[in-house]
Ligand binder design. Structure first.
Ligand code: NAD
Ligand code: MG
Length: 393
């Protein structure tokens, strides 16, 4: 029996995680679920999975959440605030933590789980992008196991040899990692009409059903950029060892190319329950509720190279990855502000990349070596990005 905390339970990854857990009540018990704002859904989830704790991020919601939980007859204790998120991530009873809060807000609770040596099911890529080597070093020191939930990294993890040594591609006969991406909803759209892209259009992904922030990131391909950085940190690879491949069908979730010419790919339906089930059960395999791939009806699989004109954010991220930790922390922060501004109709779709690029250009190069310095770079980049947005108006 494994005891699990689900950070960000009310999100797309959180709901899928509870779905898989619910199929295997004999293997998993829920210790805590956490959410922000969606109190009715959180209450419903608490009723269904009977956790010891329900945690909300914001104290302002306490009374309303308390009333909803007691109305529903939920026995779980209600906690709130940052410290509570960290406490349920690091409690001694917890074996594994699903890190599925979106954005930088997930960093501290995820770090608490890392420092406590838990099995980390890492969906929250922004936490790793912003903290990089600190995150990996903390896991090494505490003995925490990091299992990638992001489908691409989960695919690569599945295609690596089991004795893969961190950063040593050559030692395992690996030539490169091939990171696939669908190219999002605007892969074929006329570039001249990019200025007219609406929030609604950007929030509709052709293959995956996800939260709004990552869906916009997929449309700009910043998501693939963040994943490029995530892959470098997770596997210890250099930027030159990773190639991004456009694959619109999202059937192959990423690949590992070996020096002898072999390419190993992981395939499946675009359904996050597959990597979630893999992370929960590793090294076992459990039913994820995902139907098998049917090769009799599978349509053509196609591949191409993403172009810089269409996806400037992808190339900004690759550049930031080459530059170093301060740049990736800043880019992540700027992008969170830019996407928020786009979603609230303050800026246009093409402005997202402008805000990101101008924010990076306005800040002097620096190095970061502590969590405090990382949080400071994150804060500065947010202030700068907001100023850039005001300038655009
Ligand atoms: P989502 O928006 O659907 O859910 C986000 C969750 O975080 C919700 O539970 C929300 O309540 C919580 N949250 C938001 N702001 C918070 C705050 N300030 N404090 C505490 N909690 C807060 O997002 P999602 O699509 O589930 O994505 C979650 C993470 O997983 C992201 O980092 C995303 O990049 C990553 N991811 C998602 C998918 C996917 O298919 N959805 C795939 C790969 C990676
Ligand atoms: Mg992904």
């Amino acid at each position: 029996m494994q005891t699990i905390t689900v950070l960000g339970a009310t999100g797309s990854i959180g709901c899928n995680t509870l779905d898989v857990i619910n199929r295997h009540r004999d293997r998993y018990r829920v210790f805590a679920i956490t959410g922000h704002r969606q109190l009715a859904l959180l209450t419903e989830q608490a009723k269904a999975c009977d956790p010891r704790y329900v945690v909300i991020a914001d104290e302002q919601d306490y009374n309303q959440a308390k009333a909803l939980l007691s109305e529903a007859g939920v026995k779980a204790e209600l906690l709130c605030g940052q410290q509570a998120l960290e406490d349920v991530s690091s409690a001694p009873e917890v074996d594994a933590v699903m890190a599925a809060i979106v954005g930088a807000a997930g960093l501290m609770p995820t770090m608490a789980a890392v420092k406590a040596g838990k099995r980390i099911l890492l969906a929250n890529k922004e936490a790793l992008v912003m903290s990089g080597a600190l995150f990996i070093d903390a896991a090494r020191q505490s003995g925490a196991t990091i299992l990638p939930i992001d489908s691409e990294h989960n695919a690569i993890f599945q295609c690596l040899p089991t004795d893969f040594a961190y950063g040593d591609l050559a030692g395992s006969g690996i030539a490169s990692l091939l990171l696939t991406g669908s190219g999002g909803p605007f892969r074929e759209r006329d570039l001249a009409s990019f200025n007219q892209i609406t929030v609604e259009q950007a929030c509709h992904h052709p293959n995956w059903d996800m939260g709004r922030k990552i869906t916009v990131d997929s449309a700009t391909m910043m998501n693939k950029g963040l994943e490029f950085i995530e892959a470098c940190r997770l596997f210890g690879t250099a930027p030159d060892d990773i190639t991004v491949v456009l694959h619109p069908q999202s059937t192959i979730h990423s690949m590992v190319q070996y020096v002898d010419g072999s390419v190993l790919a992981q395939m499946g339906h675009p359904d996050m329950r597959t990597p979630i089930a893999y992370g929960l059960a590793y090294p076992d395999r459990i039913d994820a509720g995902v139907k098998p791939l049917d090769f009799a009806t599978l349509s053509d699989l196609t591949f191409s190279t993403p172009c810089a004109e269409r996806y400037p954010n992808l190339y900004l991220a690759i550049e930031a990855c080459r530059e170093g930790q301060a740049a990736t922390t800043r880019l992540n922060a700027a992008n969170e502000i830019a996407v928020e501004a786009f979603l609230s109709h303050q800026i246009g779709f093409c402005d997202i990349a402008r805000v990101n690029e101008q924010t990076l250009n306005k800040l002097e190069p620096t190095s970061v070596s502590s969590l405090q310095q990382i949080l400071e770079q994150d804060r500065r980049a947010r202030v700068t990005a907001r100023n850039v947005i005001r300038g655009l108006g």
